[in-house]
Write a protein that binds this ligand. Structure first.
Ligand code: CP
Ligand code: NVA
Length: 334
C-alpha cells in the first residue's frame, strides 16, 4: 500500500516551501514505500506513458541518473536535454521553451543557475516542474536527506542536524527549510562572511517555531555540532562559483569535517551519522584533491560506518520517484 496524497497530483517543487509540512513528510514516506516496493522486486507501471524532460545547465551524476531511472522503473521515459542541445535562453526564451515542452512532456526537471528560470518553466509549461538544483535551492536533495535520517533514526522530530561549511549555498538553504518543516533542530556552522540571507533565516525560523524546533547560525563549528545527531557538509565551492575558490578555501579550512569535529558532537559511537549531498572532496582521486588533499571532509569520516552518504545518494532516486508518482500517477485505484 502506497501512502498517496491526491492533493499532490500535478504539483511542482521549486522550493520546499511549496509543500505544507505534512505534504513534505508524506513525500518522504511515499519514497520509503517505493524503496521497499523496488527491493521486493516490483518494477511497476505507475508512470506508464508518462514522459519527463530533464533540462540540465550544470553537470550532475546523482540527480540526472536518479531522475532518469525513477521514471523508467515505472514504465515512463526521460529525455536528457543539456542546454547546448536546446535553444533555452539563447535562441528561444525560457517562456516559449516552457510552452513547447509542456505540450510534449508530462513533467520537467530543471537543474541550472537562476531560480527564476525554474519558476518561469513552472509558470508557463502547464505541467509539474521540479527543481533539481539552482543557485538558491536544492529541494529534491533534502527529501533524500530527510529520508536517510528517518531510515536511520526512525523519526525526524526532535533530532539535531549540524550543517558545517558554506552556509549560504543552495543545499544549506534547502536543508534549513527541510529541517524546520520536519521539526528538526538545525544549526548552520559557517563563518560570518558566508551566513545565509537573513530574510530566509527569518522565514525558516517561523516554520521551525510552529514545529517546536529552532534554526541557529553559529560561527564556531565545535560549539555548533555539540549534541548533533547528523553532521552534514557540502563542497566549499558550488558550481558556477569557481572564481571564488581561493577565498572560500581560506574561509572554510577551519570548517573541515574531521574526526575531531565528529567527536565534538559528543555522540560519536552513538546516535550520530554523517551526510554529504556529494560529490565530495575527501582524500579521493579527483583533479582537485590531487593538488589540495581533502577539503570539506576527511577520508576517515567519509568512509566511517556512521557515514550514510551512499544510502543518501541512492535515496535521491526513491524521492524523485515519489515526486513523479505523486504528481503524475493515477493512484486512485490502489
Ligand atoms: N547531490 C547532487 O545533486 O549530486 P549531482 O550533482 O551529481 O546531481
Ligand atoms: N552546492 C553544490 C551542490 C552540488 C550537488 C553545488 O551547487 O555545486
Amino acid at each position: 500500500m502506497l501512502s498517496w496524497r491526491p492533493e499532490l497530483y500535478g504539483r511542482s517543487l521549486l522550493r520546499l516551501a511549496d509543500f505544507s509540512d505534512e505534504e513534505m513528510l508524506a513525500l518522504v514516506q511515499l519514497a520509503i514505500d517505493l524503496k521497499a516496493r523496488r527491493r521486493a522486486g516490483i518494477r511497476g507501471d505507475l508512470l506508464s506513458r508518462r514522459h519527463v524532460a530533464l533540462i540540465f545547465e550544470k553537470s550532475s551524476t546523482r540527480t540526472r541518473n536518479s531522475a532518469s531511472v525513477a521514471i523508467r522503473d515505472e514504465g515512463g521515459t526521460a529525455e536528457y536535454l543539456a542546454t547546448h542541445d536546446i535553444h533555452l535562453g539563447s535562441k528561444e526564451s525560457v517562456k516559449d521553451t516552457a510552452r513547447v515542452l509542456g505540450r510534449l512532456f508530462d513533467g520537467i526537471l530543471f537543474r541550472g543557475f537562476k531560480q527564476s528560470t525554474v519558476e518561469t518553466l513552472a509558470a508557463h509549461s502547464g505541467v509539474p516542474v521540479w527543481n533539481g538544483l539552482t543557485d538558491d535551492f536544492h529541494p529534491t536533495q533534502i527529501l533524500a536527506d530527510l529520508m536517510t535520517v528517518q531510515e536511520r533514526f526512525g523519526r525526524l522530530k526532535g533530532l539535531k542536524v549540524a550543517y558545517v561549511g558554506d552556509g549560504r549555498n543552495n543545499v544549506a538553504n534547502s536543508l534549513m527549510f527541510g529541517c524546520a518543516k520536519a521539526g528538526v533542530h538545525f544549526v548552520n556552522c559557517t563563518p560570518d562572511a558566508l551566513s545565509p540571507d537573513p530574510a530566509l533565516v527569518r522565514e525558516a525560523r517561523g516554520v521551525a517555531a510552529r514545529n517546536g524546533a529552532a534554526v541557529e547560525i553559529v560561527s564556531d563549528p565545535r560549539r555548533g555540532v555539540a549534541g548533533a545527531n547528523v553532521v552534514y557538509t557540502d563542497v566549499w565551492v558550488s558550481m558556477g562559483e569557481e572564481a571564488q575558490k581561493e577565498q572560500r578555501l581560506s574561509l572554510l579550512r577551519p570548517y573541515q569535517v574531521n574526526m575531531a569535529l565528529m567527536e565534538a558532537t559528543g555522540n560519536l559511537g552513538g546516535d550520530l551519522i554523517f551526510l554529504h549531498c556529494l560529490p565530495a572532496f575527501h582524500d579521493c582521486e579527483t583533479a582537485v584533491t590531487a593538488q589540495s588533499g581533502a577539503l570539506e571532509v576527511t577520508d576517515d569520516v567519509f568512509e566511517a560506518p556512521f557515514s550514510k552518504v551512499f544510502d543518501e545518494a541512492e535515496n535521491r532516486m526513491h524521492t524523485i520517484k515519489a515526486l513523479y508518482v505523486s504528481a503524475m500517477a493515477d493512484l486512485s485505484a490502489m
